[in-house]
Ligand binder design. Structure first.
Ligand code: NAD
Length: 350
């Protein structure tokens, strides 16, 4: 394997995780150094036995470096990506790829001009919980899915410093929203038609600390995407309904269940249950004979790992799993979410 020598730019939380866990020589990519503007982070990189590059210039002029990973705050992605590609390096860029679609257009143009690969690390396409739901969507075990609710909720507020600030691309739509929206658009093979959204500012920051978005697709799928950082009780990570059942995945531990209608519901002889101060047949559980409950089983990705795909794209012109056009569509959706929330309108997604 002709390894791709890569320098990590930004050795913070995510950059150090790439260097430590994600980038593997067995995938064809080798970390040959670290660059960060913070001397303390460089010191840490040295302690962790990495070569360090004190300046960006020294990375860009090193002919042995073929690629960089950009894992810096969101507002610095564009300049770093353009400088790297102009210096002849391929780029892996953290999400959210850019601050807006205009920036991404510029970067995609440079990528074409310089003939350098620019690939975005939408790593949550490989998440187990997502792969299970995608499998339910693709092999309709509970019938065609028509309702998809995807949520992440915590109670720790917005972490760190720059994520609180607009100028750095802070806020939860850009931070977590971009993952959930990317998963949704990667899964649902239909035109997105309408977008409604509400952003929350419970913490009083200048950026959103969470949001709810309601999306509809041409094929009838409706989706609720929600991110919260002030939720002391969490709702399930996924709740989906198909025409023959429903599934829930509670959390990252993949606990949950799939309930499928496997018998006939006797609508005429339903037995009412006591519900509060009344009786109800409508809300009574279906008879045990009418449904079967299944466990959630892990699903293995039917596509390559991120970095091996990057290697194949660079060395063998393979198709990228994360395509820039897809990332662009997600960023356009994010812009539409901001607009829908601000105007309090349901917007058509062209
Ligand atoms: P962080 O604040 O922990 O780290 C950022 C690092 O970048 C810091 O060490 C800082 O000194 C350095 N830096 C800032 N500007 C720089 C510059 N111009 N040149 C070189 N170094 C610079 O932030 P983080 O949580 O690691 O996030 C970094 C990026 O990774 C963000 O874009 C974020 O959205 C993304 N991220 C992605 C995931 C994921 O799952 N894909 C998870 C976390 C973060």
């Amino acid at each position: 394997m002709n390894l791709i020598n890569l320098v990590v730019i930004g050795y913070g939380g995510m950059g150090s995780y790439h260097a430590r866990e994600l980038i593997k020589e067995t995938d064809g990519v080798k970390v040959v150094g670290i660059h960060d503007i913070d001397p303390e982070r460089l010191e840490l990189a040295k302690e962790n036995h990495f070569e360090v590059y004190e300046t960006l210039e020294s990375v860009l002029t090193d002919q042995s470096v073929e690629a960089v990973l950009i894992a810096t705050p969101n507002d610095s992605h564009k300049e770093l990506a353009i400088a790297a590609m102009k210096a002849g390096k391929h780029v892996v860029c953290e999400k959210p790829v850019m601050m807006n679609t205009k920036e991404l257009e510029e970067v995609m143009t440079i990528s074409k001009q310089e003939e350098k690969i620019f690939m975005v690390h939408q790593n949550r396409r490989w998440d187990n919980d997502f792969l299970i739901i995608r499998d339910l969507y693709q092999q309709p075990k509970i019938g065609e899915l028509f309702q998809i609710e995807s949520r992440v909720q915590g109670a720790n507020g917005i972490p760190g410093d720059w994520r609180h600030l607009k100028q750095h691309g802070g806020g939860m739509v850009l931070d977590w929203g971009v993952h959930l929206l990317d998963q949704l658009l990667f899964m649902v093979d239909s035109k997105l038609t309408t977008v409604a959204a509400d952003l929350s500012y419970v913490l009083g920051d200048e950026v959103d600390d969470g949001f709810i978005s309601y999306l509809t697709f041409e094929n009838g799928v409706r989706a609720v995407i929600e991110v919260g950082t002030t939720n002391f009780i969490k709702l399930p990570r996924w709740y989906v309904r198909g025409f023959e059942g429903a599934a829930v995945i509670n959390d990252w531990d993949l606990s949950g269940k799939i309930v499928k209608q496997t018998g006939t519901i006797d609508h005429h002889n339903l037995v009412p249950i006591q519900a509060g101060q009344g009786l109800t047949k409508t809300m009574a559980p279906p008879s045990e004979e009418a449904t079967t409950t299944y466990e959630i089983n892990e699903v293995v990705a039917d596509f390559d790992s991120f970095y091996h795909n990057f290697y194949e794209v660079v060395r063998k012109k393979a198709e990228p799993i994360v395509k820039n056009e897809e990332v662009y569509r997600v960023l356009r959706l994010i812009e539409t979410i901001f607009e829908a929330a601000e105007t309090k309108q349901v917007l058509t997604f062209e």
